[in-house]
Design a protein around this ligand. Structure first.
Ligand code: PNS
Length: 158
């Protein structure tokens, strides 16, 4: 059975991401959640903090591991022997850009498939950006992100 990667910034991981990881874990022998190291993009959490929060949240899934990568995703997949990219699709608005990325990745590495999984409906409006904004402004984010992320955001924005 094939192995997959769920790539992203995960700044921070949300309940929507976790829903997609869980679905991927049921389909693949092994899933790597890979955090992009992107020095040009400002983030609230360091890559290490994001990986730690992901690892804590993913502890119940023995076939899911957490890693970080830089450079092209196709090169990372080639190096690790990963044959599929799994992305979450929340709404039609996600589709256009994800479609472009998927086709570009296929052009770069024809043997690598991209699969889209849809999270549960109640997670379709959640994004890391909104969770951070609501957290920064003192709103309740408990239903949008795991408890460790909620605590970490409260600490950051205290
Ligand atoms: O959570 P994000 O920021 O939407 O994730 C985007 C990500 C990391 C999946 C995408 O930017 C990516 O794969 N970057 C790695 C660099 C790369 O391969 N770029 C070419 C894409 S066709």
């Amino acid at each position: 059975m094939a192995t997959a990667v769920c790539p992203g910034s995960f700044d921070p991981v949300t309940n929507g991401h976790l829903d997609v990881f869980e679905r991927a874990a049921a389909l693949f022998e092994h899933v790597t959640v890979a955090v992009l190291i992107n020095k040009t993009k400002s983030s609230v959490f360091t890559v290490e903090e994001r990986m730690e929060m992901l690892s804590e949240s993913l502890a119940p899934f023995p076939n899911v591991s957490v890693d970080a990568f830089h450079g092209l995703l196709v090169d990372y997949c080639r190096d690790k022997g990963i044959s599929a990219i799994v992305k979450g699709l929340r709404a039609v608005s996600d589709f256009e850009f994800e479609f472009q990325l998927a086709l570009m990745n296929r052009k770069l590495e024809p043997n690598l498939e991209t699969l889209f999984l849809m999270p549960r409906e109640e997670f379709t409006y959640i994004s890391s950006r909104l969770v951070k904004e609501i957290g920064r402004l003192g709103g309740n984010i408990e239903s949008f992100a795991p408890a460790n992320v909620v605590a970490a955001l409260r600490k950051k924005f205290n």
